[in-house]
Design a protein around this ligand. Sequence first.
Ligand code: SAM
Length: 253
Amino acid sequence: MAGSAYINYNSKDLLIAASDYASNRLMLESQQKDIMIFNINSEIEEYCKNHSEQEEELLKNLSLETTANLPEYRMLCGSLVGNALRMLASISQAKNILELGTYTGYSALHMVSAIPPEGQLITCEINKDSANFAEKYFNKSSHGHKIKLINDYANNLLDEYISNKNTSRPMFDMIFVDADKTNYPVYYEKSLQLLHSGGLIVFDNALWGGEVLEPLNPEAQAIDRLNSTIINDNRVTNVLLYIRDGINIVRKI
Ligand SMILES: C[S@@+](CC[C@H](N)C(=O)[O-])C[C@H]1O[C@@H](n2cnc3c(N)ncnc32)[C@H](O)[C@@H]1O
């Protein structure tokens, strides 16, 4: 039906009225773009959270302090994505992880707990205040010694690593991309050059609040372009999952 959307919910088809759908979109426009449009599934999301591994105390505190003090707290990837990242790092036996976009360190602390003592997670953040906030929590974590935080632009860091071609070019087992969305296609190409065969790149916000269906702004257009590139790229296999705001999990062949 035009102007309406059906979703499958506990085997029942629910009709989401066009007005509800529109008000969700309005809410999206008035808040950070990291908010999912799929809040119609909030009970299911809560159920999933309650039946997944619970956050450790440190992550709970980080989350609470971020939410209480920072207006952009919705940039936290949330416990489901955090758990999924940890699980991916764990089952792929990742030792070296690169993260683009640290914010307050929430996703980094999830991933680093899955890597062995000799492993390293390098995370990159341009905002000095966010980097300081994250550093404070990294210092409190028993895994903090495995984290190297770099206060620079993601692009600079990738270029620096790529240009180390003939010396000690670092290679990663997993790269989590969560920085500025308009550069996602650039980060994809550069990340592929720094990834071992069999390694993973995970893109957060791969659905951009549902706007990829009708990409009108530069962020949605860049993410949609990235998703299309990935599905047509024979160097990789992938799955695009609608957890929270979407994660695109890409495996280099
Ligand atoms: C969505 S937040 C990251 C959230 C974090 N991964 C988490 O889940 O807790 C994106 C972060 O990327 C940072 N950022 C934006 N553009 C960047 C760039 N070009 N290079 C590095 N960091 C950038 C922002 O300052 C922001 O803190």
